[in-house]
Design a protein around this ligand. Structure first.
Ligand SMILES: Cc1ncc(COP(=O)(O)O)c(C=O)c1O
Length: 398
């Protein structure tokens, strides 16, 4: 368990580090692979097993994974990409980095996920995007069955920003599906930032059901260099018998350095071994919040969806009280957060005419005026959680 002072202020999220994590990272320090070695390959296989993906490419952060997903989906200047008005910057900036035009879709208040009914109307009116990026907000899956039906009808590519959602599932056609199991999803992207379900310090992953796409993403993540060239274009430079020399690493396209290191992946492997216990603990804390906050009719609680991974536990309170409540909680050492300030209202997007006004995203704006993310992480103790509930009781009971 991560060491924290007993009276330390509570944040909304925190990593959970134990002695197995220390040993895993120290093991890499004693090995000859600090960059890419066996730990990265093992982490990629572990992620496939945990999510139902066929292939995984571990990256230096989640934003890089999203950028790779955009690139291999063919996003470039002139592409149209849609994403949620209630997500982290990278769901949209990864498309903007490719020169795409971005449009935002409003959300449904109950889940914070993109509003699929509104989206169906927008799709019918056209133009249809080349790529749709959906975020499983707070760790709760979007309705994948409905999304896949829309994809099949309109032909866009579907990228899931699952930075919140490692450990989440979805239920459709009478069964549970792993996060990256639906073959209709083009890419699923993860983040392993310390507040996420598992951490690698900084880190991310691109997951897909298409092994060839994964190879393209892997090449882009490593300078655009071909790993196993078959031909030797300059036989005089050291190759034997027509095969290229081992040091010949041809750069065939413009790429990046988005690789994860073995140090990070070793931490990821030892964290991944505890994924189900992390999600279980988050779920049980969410159930305790649900029971503790139930008496307060001014506090809207999220649904206890059994497929939820509970990255965030967010409630909604009357807009008139929200900011004062957050400040009062912070005075008592309970630091809450807003996820998210509506992306279309960010100055950079506004300046480019993307967020034309609040009236276009009424639900994302209402969410941003009323939502609060409460402390939720595996090492949050029951007495610490009781402090949060007692603070709500004091505020709403007075
Ligand atoms: C929804 C979402 N998408 C993308 C990211 C980007 O991940 P990273 O911080 O690892 O680049 C985050 C992380 O904050 C996130 O919450």
């Amino acid at each position: 368990m991560t060491w924290r002072r007993p009276d330390a202020p509570l944040g909304y999220g925190h990593q959970s580090i134990d002695s197995s994590d220390h040993a895993a990272v120290a093991g890499v320090l004693h090995s000859s692979h600090l960059t890419q070695g066996p730990a990265v390959a093992a982490f990629e296989s572990g992620l496939c097993r945990a999510t139902g993906a066929r292939a995984a490419v571990a990256t230096c952060n989640g934003t890089a994974a999203l950028h790779l997903a955009m690139l291999v989906s063919g996003v470039g200047p002139g592409s149209l990409v849609w994403t949620s008005a209630n997500t982290f910057l990278a769901s949209a900036t990864s498309a903007a980095m490719c020169g795409a035009r971005i449009e935002f879709v409003d959300i449904e208040l109950a889940s914070g996920n993109v509003d699929l009914r509104r989206m169906a109307v927008m799709l019918a009116a056209g133009p249809v995007p080349d790529v749709l990026v959906v975020t499983h907000f707070a760790g709760r899956s979007c309705d994948m069955e409905a999304l896949i039906a829309l994809k099949q009808r309109y032909g866009f590519k579907l990228i899931v920003d699952a930075a919140h959602a490692l450990g989440a599932r979805s239920t459709s056609s009478g069964r549970q599906w792993g996060l990256a199991e639906h073959k209709e999803i083009d890419a699923v992207c993860l983040s392993f930032h310390p507040v996420k379900t598992i951490t690698t310090g900084e880190g991310g992953a691109y997951l897909t059901g298409d092994v060839e796409l994964a190879e393209r993403a892997r090449r882009l993540a490593s300078h655009g260099v071909e790993r196993r060239p078959r031909e030797d274009p300059f036989p005089g430079l050291g190759g034997t018998g027509g095969s290229p020399p081992h040091w010949y690493a041809p750069m065939v396209q413009l790429g990046y350095n988005y690789r994860m290191s073995d140090l990070q992946a070793a931490l990821g492997n030892s964290q991944l071994a505890r994924l189900s216990s992390f999600v279980e603990r988050r779920r049980s804390l969410a159930e305790r919040y649900d029971a503790g906050l139930k008496p307060f009719e001014d506090v809207q609680r999220p649904a206890l969806d059994p497929d939820h991974a509970w990255h965030l536990y967010h409630v909604r309170v009357p807009a008139a009280a929200r900011d004062e409540l957050m400040a009062w909680l912070a005075d008592g050492g309970i630091h809450t957060q807003l996820h998210y300030y509506p992306l279309p209202l960010m100055p950079w997007f506004r300046a480019r005419g993307r967020g034309r006004g609040e009236e276009q995203f009424p639900m994302a704006v209402e969410h941003a005026r009323t939502a609060i993310s409460l402390p939720l992480y595996p090492d949050l103790s029951e007495s610490e959680q009781a402090r949060v509930v007692a603070a709500f009781a004091e505020w709403f009971g007075r």
